[in-house]
Design a protein. Structure first.
Length: 223
């Protein structure tokens, strides 16, 4: 069973630019679900409409994270990036407690923004420090890295987008995952080229198909 988490939703729009993040992530999740179901894979969405799981952001993220449990095979959280500069490209994350300062604003935003985002980032980092002593968690991180690499490779090959690589960061939604879990940033909402590409159904389908290929490669042990 695959858990797909369309980032944000309801009162939380996420990144806003040429597209609105919550709308793109839901569309991609629905497309991805259909593609995986055609392959006989059971899929669960954390949300299937423009809603939030809770009006409280910390609770919302916690409920999403709870779905990444041992009864499922993998967890993928889909997001759209944003930056105050001309940044562009695709990047895929798996959990890590160490925070590169260049990612600070992005991680805080995805963790709820403002003081809440700062607090949840600190909490995620403290969880990560405990995971170092957890052998099962370390195994999950290894598989999460592999999943991230397959998905990132498929996305970049399919789209020709700038490859921002596979990275680690303390995203709250990934912090307690007991299965391979990743967070994908499929592009920048405010980039004049990338944002407009994200507006189109054709490009979204390309992204969904690439996500499916990466996931299937992982589930098929790299084949």
């Amino acid at each position: 069973m695959v858990v797909i988490d369309p980032g944000h939703g309801g009162l939380d729009p996420g990144a806003v630019g040429f597209v609105v993040e919550k709308e793109v992530t839901l569309d991609l999740a629905l497309r991805l679900r259909q593609l995986l179901q055609k392959e006989g894979i059971e899929v669960v969405l954390t949300r299937s409409s423009d809603t939030h799981l809770s009006p409280d952001k910390a609770t919302d993220l916690g409920l999403r994270a709870e779905m990444a449990n041992s009864k499922r095979n993998l967890f993928i959280s889909i997001h759209v990036n944003s930056a105050p500069n001309a940044a562009q490209g695709i990047e895929t994350y798996y959990f890590g407690s160490t925070l590169d300062q260049s990612l600070l604003a992005q991680v805080i935003r995805e963790n709820g923004g403002g003081e809440l985002g700062q607090r949840l980032t600190r909490e995620a980092q403290s969880v990560g420090e405990r995971l170092v002593r957890d052998l099962i968690a370390q195994s999950n991180l290894k598989f999460s890295r592999q999943l991230a690499q397959y998905v990132q490779s498929a996305l970049v090959q399919a789209t020709g987008a700038a490859d921002r690589g596979v990275r680690q960061a303390p995203f709250y939604v990934l912090r307690n995952a007991r299965i391979p879990a990743i967070l994908v940033e499929v592009g920048f909402a405010n980039h004049p080229v990338e944002g407009r590409r994200l507006q189109t159904s054709q490009y979204r389908q390309t992204l969904a198909e690439a996500l499916a290929r990466g996931i299937l490669r992982f589930l098929n042990n790299g084949e």
